[in-house]
Write a protein that binds this ligand. Structure first.
Ligand SMILES: Cc1ncc(COP(=O)(O)O)c(C=O)c1O
Length: 358
């Protein structure tokens, strides 16, 4: 079977050495030496400051909203993303307000944002879907004009630079998932990058249950700590991530060259580097998509409808506004398998099946 993603296992001997060091230190969690080392190494590798490692991407999003302390307020967000982008807003007792996406970039369309702003809006929460950078300047301009925070979900964008700087540098807060299926992973895990120094200091307390000193709880906290085994995996992965990206790039370029005549490919932001995280293809209709999905299945290849459901259809969403572009795209999109060591012959079967099916 070939699945959309394949988990990358880094050098086993190196991982064992880290595990031995954990046994020697007896330090498994609570901001241990490996977590601290990974945070420093990631800040250097990515060119960011104020980075904290956290337990997973969903927690990282919730953590971001917990930091803002805006309970009851509205957050304008995208309906086309993984469910956590919305569930985190709802879980932190904020209200999700959707702005529909652009049909070609698949990202939140900034022209749909301003009309949704009310006196209750506290933030804009876009996602760089499939690692494609959002319209960062336009979003920033709207946020500044209305005094709103911008929280980016950059979970797909480990390998992306925008205007020469890593994409995590943008927004007041940016989070990234390090789930096992991502280009860079820590088994489960995530990072949050916080622009404001004072908010970063507050985040260190919130991450530690709100405890600011022995026997003192200063604020409502959360347990979203990364543990030492996760950090060990991250340290091993960081040594190999450039090689992984290079291999994915080859696979991505092969698909792009072979498929752009047959299916709609995501329109990339020209101000950013290309991400090699995913390979989404959009078909003309849901029927065409289903036909191809089924044909691939017969070849033991599993393509997935990322992202379905469109998040405006979630059962816990109050707003009844229909997000037409997002719903339409989620009905006719497939993400096809692409990873660092996908066999050439499997890629060829995928390409031939798509050509035949459209
Ligand atoms: C865009 C996006 N946001 C958030 C998440 C949640 O991350 P995690 O699985 O680490 O909780 C994911 C999932 O991988 C995702 O794709």
């Amino acid at each position: 079977m070939t699945y959309v993603t394949k988990i990358y296992m880094p050098n086993r001997e190196k991982f064992k050495t880290y595990i031995d060091s954990i046994y020697e230190s007896g330090w498994l969690t609570n901001n241990g030496p490996l977590v601290q080392k990974l945070e420093k190494k990631l800040e250097t590798y990515l060119g960011v400051k104020n980075l904290l490692c956290l337990s997973n991407g969903t927690d990282a999003l919730q953590f971001a909203y917990r930091l803002l302390e805006e309970e009851g307020k509205e957050v304008i967000t995208t309906p086309f993303s993984f469910v956590s982008t919305t569930s985190a807003i709802v879980a932190e007792r904020l209200k999700s307000i959707f702005a529909d996406i652009d049909k070609e970039s698949y990202n939140i369309d900034p022209t749909n944002i301003e009309g949704l702003i009310t006196k209750n809006t506290c933030a804009i929460a876009p996602c760089h879907v499939f690692g494609n950078a959002c319209e960062i300047e336009e979003i920033d301009k709207i946020a500044k004009k209305h005094n709103l925070k911008v929280i980016y979900d950059a979970s797909h964008a480990f390998d992306v630079k925008y205007k020469g700087k890593h994409i995590l540098n943008y927004g007041d807060i940016s989070i990234i998932s390090f789930h096992a299926t991502k280009i860079f992973h820590t088994i489960e895990g995530a990072a949050i990058v916080i622009k404001d120094d004072a908010l970063y200091e507050k985040a260190k307390i919130v991450r530690n249950y709100g405890i600011d000193a022995p026997d003192s709880v200063a604020m409502l906290g959360i347990n979203a700590k990364m543990n030492e085994i996760q950090a060990a995996m991250g340290l091993c992965m960081l040594d190999e991530v450039d090689k992984i990206s290079k291999e994915r790039k080859e696979s991505h370029q092969f698909y792009t060259k072979s498929l752009n005549r047959y299916v709609q490919l995501q329109k990339k932001n020209p101000n950013s580097t290309q991400s090699y995280s995913y390979f989404p293809v959009a078909f003309k209709s849901e029927d065409e998509m289903k036909k191809v999905k089924e044909s691939l299945r017969k070849e033991n290849i599993v393509a997935r409808q990322y992202f379905k459901p469109s998040l405006d259809t979630l059962p816990y969403i109050e707003s009844k506004e229909i997000m037409h572009n997002s719903r339409d795209l989620s009905n006719r999109i497939l993400v096809i398998p692409m990873h660092s060591n996908i066999e050439f012959k499997v890629s060829e079967i995928i390409i031939k099946t798509l050509e035949k099916g459209v």
